[in-house]
Design a protein around this ligand. Structure first.
Ligand SMILES: Nc1ncnc2c1ncn2[C@@H]1O[C@H](COP(=O)(O)OP(=O)(O)OP(=O)(O)O)[C@@H](O)[C@H]1O
Length: 348
């Protein structure tokens, strides 16, 4: 089957066996240009093998992988790897090279002169939030885990590759640093428009960062390929439900948004002045407000500020122009959760 126009990478009936055991059974998958696609699934399901076939660190047993219109088996593996960024857990920085030398590795291999490489290093370190003055001459062992990971990302982006492969890139970073790196990286990726295929076993990381999530089971079988909210709200199979499992409601609160259908029945009752979730100084008749489209978690937080929320207290809901369009109560959040998790069939 030919790759569709917006496809940056296409796996076509790809299979990988290691000494007779099947790691990837029959994978067909498209990564769209400019998207951040996250592969998630249990240990041993074939995520890393899938990723490593894209840059030929692993050769498929059968099937085809097309990258930027070219069958990867037609491209020299070394040339291919210089064209594709690759970031792994613990980064694999060269220990006897400074930060600057690490980041400049591929540009220098490609024959860039020192000055051009140096400028690029400064630009990239700044991009990933490391001051070049402070960091360029340091050695990898003089960095924290999070800083090393940033250098790894800078190194992988050095030649502005159209495609970046990332295998558990934030796995070795502590939870707080990790959440920040995830956010910053997702923003950077959107700014640069790089196509990213990333592997993780952490469903929260997947739904937080991805444009689309691919849930895999053993043999890299695709259980579901969908936007994060769909995967959490409507798991397509027991394997996905199992992965999303506990904590699903909390994830829905972070991903779901307040819609008109969730508002309390009846007409708007408030005056609708004031700003998001803040009590206006205008007087006691004005209720706290929340915007239509607010994250459900923020609606819950705003409701908990309303002293009598459990006893009929409500928030005024404003549209984008600041007009009151109705009210929200704890029941609105419950309605939203029902709406999100209702099956497509039930909605139709
Ligand atoms: N070089 C290899 N030789 C033999 N078997 C391998 C090799 N690499 C991976 N496998 C096997 O292939 C299967 C898939 O491995 P892979 O590393 O792709 O899974 P994964 O989903 O990335 O796992 P994890 O999350 O634990 O890293 C596993 O059963 C693994 O043992």
């Amino acid at each position: 089957m030919p790759a569709s126009p917006g496809a940056a990478i296409r796996f076509d009936a790809v299979r990988k066996e290691y000494a007779g055991s099947v790691a990837v059974d029959d994978l067909t998958l498209e990564v769209r240009e400019g998207e951040l696609l996250v592969l998630v699934g249990p240990s041993g399901c074939g995520k890393s093998t899938t990723l490593r076939m894209a840059n030929r660190l692993v050769e498929p047993t059968s099937g085809r992988i097309v990258l930027g219109g070219e069958d990867v088996t037609d491209v020299d593996p070394v040339a291919l790897r210089r064209r594709i960024g690759y970031v792994i857990q613990n980064v694999g920085l060269f220990p006897h090279r400074t930060v600057a030398q690490n980041v400049a590795t591929v540009p220098r291999l490609l024959g860039w002169d020192r000055r051009r490489a140096r400028e690029r290093v400064d630009e990239l370190l700044t991009l990933v939030g490391l001051d070049p003055q402070r960091y360029a001459r340091r050695w990898p062992h003089e960095l924290s885990g999070g800083e090393r990971q940033r250098v790894g990302v800078a190194r992988a982006l050095a030649t502005d590759p159209p495609v970046l492969l990332m295998d558990e890139p934030f796995g070795a970073v502590d939870p707080v640093g990790r959440a920040r790196l995830q956010q910053e990286f997702a923003r950077l990726q959107r700014e640069l428009g790089t196509t990213v295929m990333m592997v993780t076993h952490d469903i929260d990381e997947a739904v937080r960062m991805a444009d689309r999530v691919v849930v895999l089971s053993r043999g890299a079988r695709v259980e579901q390929l969908a936007a994060p909210l769909d995967v959490v709200a409507r798991p397509a199979s027991p394997a996905v439900a199992d992965l999303v499992g506990r904590g699903r409601t909390a994830r829905l609160l972070a991903l779901g948004r307040l819609e008109t259908a969730d508002l309390d029945p009846g007409t708007p009752q408030g005056t609708g002045v004031g700003t998001d979730t803040e009590q206006s100084a205008a007087g006691p008749s004005v209720r706290p407000t929340v915007r239509l489209g607010a994250e459900l978690g923020d609606v819950v937080a705003a409701l908990t500020e309303v002293a009598d929320a459990l006893d009929g207290g409500r928030l005024d809901v404003l549209d984008a122009d600041g007009r009151a369009v109705g009210t929200a109560s704890p029941g609105s959040v419950v309605r939203a959760l029902h709406r999100l998790t209702a099956s497509e069939d039930a909605e139709a």
